[in-house]
Design a protein. Sequence first.
Lengths: 297, 328
Amino acid sequence: YLLLLLSDGNLPTGSFVSSSGLESYFKHGFPALAQETILDPGTPKAPVGIQSTIAFIRQSLAAYTRLALPFASDAHVVTAETEGSTEQSVLHQLHELDARYEAMTLNHITRRASKAQGVALLTLFSKGFSRPGWVDGLTVEGSIDKSLGPRSQNQRVFESLVDAFKLSIRRGETPGHLPVCWGVLTASLLLSKERSQQLFLFLFARSLLSAAIRLNTIGPYAAQQLLLHVIRPMVDEEAANCGSLSAQMPPSQKQKPTHGEEDWDRLENEGLPATTWPLGEILAARHDLQHSRIFNS
Amino acid sequence: MSTLLVIPSRKAIYGKGRAELNVCGDNVHFAELSYTYPLKLLSPRPTTAGENEAAQRVAILYSLTYGGGLIGGDRVELSLDVKAQAKMVLLTQGSTKIFPSRPSQRLSSGTVEGGNLGGVQHTLQRMSARVASSAFLVLLPDPVTPFQGASYSQTQVFRLAAPTDSTAGGSLLLLDWFTSGRIARGEEWQFDRYRSVNEVWIGEKQVACDVLLLDQRDESGTQVQGQAARRHLQVSLAPYHCYATVIMFGEATYGVSETLRARYDSLTQMQRKSPESLIWSFSPLENGQGSIVRVAATETESVRSWLRDALRGLEAQIGVDTYSKAFV
């Protein structure tokens, strides 16, 4: 039921203002390059709008997964451990993840969109998913879901953490990026890490398709076809590739490395979050240069 | 199509270099300048006569590799220390070519210098740099050119002194760029792997960690009626053959940064039918303390002349003569 709620297009997350670089990709003329390999000359070729939308989603999804998913995963793990730890300690780790994601996302447009959506997710938890006091006073035929409360100790711990994290964002102590907030949100809702990862990627792909429809590069029916037949294997593949990656946080920076002795092993680690599509980076960063645009990023 | 690639015939090797630059009155001198094969460090005497005051105390350091290239399995480490008020400009003499590992290395590879991915050996470069207060480190190398089958990893960590109430912090301008291969031979994004990490610290704070990973990710090729299938990177990086990143932080870079920001803000992008031949982006970082510029173009020479023009503000910091030696 939770998955259905989180996938609902009406969920107030503010993601509809972001095309994640798709609008810029089209504005800069890149669809002219999109080609799909034709496996069998007899099969019909996809129209250009669909081809180029798929090409963009493929690159963008792979790149976003490689950079952001490790942070969402780590934030999930850290948040899920809140009960076994102190709120201070969890907050500190979240701040470190957040700062690291900021340092790895060197693009003012992406940062802006990520922060806006991040804090929207936390607000969603506090205002949209918390159990209001008046629920217990309702007399409704059937049942109120007792399994979620009333305001169990469990939920109070998460509510307190989310409030504290949101406060630190509002104070400017931490940026509050989307992947970190996603991890916090889904762990607080007791969603498993695997489900959280799959949903993270699915929602990203879906918001791209949604943007494509509004940009009129594909029609709504074609978008549904893509979502069912093309996007699913992409999401599964990326989740499989990057699901076990972690953000590779450096150990506590208490000791300064002596000159020349940097943490080479960690920095050269194959699994370090990375940018894999530099062209996408440039196009995303150029979003605001567009003379006319309907999206915010 | 692939053409013969002659890989230098020597064993993979581990080379180290270190340079420490100090100020002494109006001049700079290297307190240390050491290197081992295949790395070589050279510092010509700069011409500072006629330059303004800011362009004094500048040293040029050429970082060279014997044979102009590195082979799979090579490992090179460079350590730079720019002391207070000194300015170091790091240049190369020609693009650094990255060859794949020699076939015999791949067959006999057991434990590894430089990393091992199923027989293919990485070429590994590391740089660690420290920049003291009011000092300036400028990296303007030629681009890296990884050849077909090459696997390259470069990691650079920069630690800048943080500004205080009484002192300016350290400044850094770093250029990191690469090309698609031997373009004249039609070699277009045929390397196996290219990885570049640039990490910048200002005091205790990590302000940037740019990790670029380009992996060929080959699935079994699909033939399209006789044509060779386009490889993953050929598709994702098209139509450009050269990508560059410039990251800058610190007072000494404010002039360059501001010029670029103004230029960028004046651009307007209209609907295009096809991509332009050169494209660039600018993002401010750390509330204006730094910025990042990314450029891509179909021709390496276009990127080179764009950079030469875009970074000309450096002349005020390092001198016209020194600047003229970059981007030749």
